[in-house]
Unconditional design. Structure first.
Length: 89
């Protein structure tokens, strides 16, 4: 299992990005969370196998139809938190 920290920028708030992300996480068996940040970006902590994460991150580059993703920064996460599901925070 691998954990990554994503910062997604562009038009990603107010366009159902968090709900879309949660749906994709469930589809790809990813645990963790998604939340809006004060700077207008969306933050994701995701944990899964490398293959599952690759598919999930690919979805984050697209987003829902109303979104306009400008950039997705992917960093290794050092989160000690364990997750049993994927939640919107």
């Amino acid at each position: 299992m691998k954990t990554v920290h994503l910062t997604i920028s562009g038009r990603v708030q107010g366009v159902y990005f968090r709900a879309f992300t949660q749906k994709q996480a469930i589809k790809h068996q990813v645990t963790g969370f998604v939340r809006n940040k004060p700077d207008g970006s969306v933050e994701v902590i995701a944990r899964a196998t490398p293959c599952q994460l690759e598919a999930f991150i690919s979805c984050c580059h697209k987003g829902p139809i109303l979104a306009s993703v400008k950039d997705v920064l992917v960093n290794k996460s050092i989160s000690a938190e364990t997750f049993t599901h994927f939640e919107i925070r």
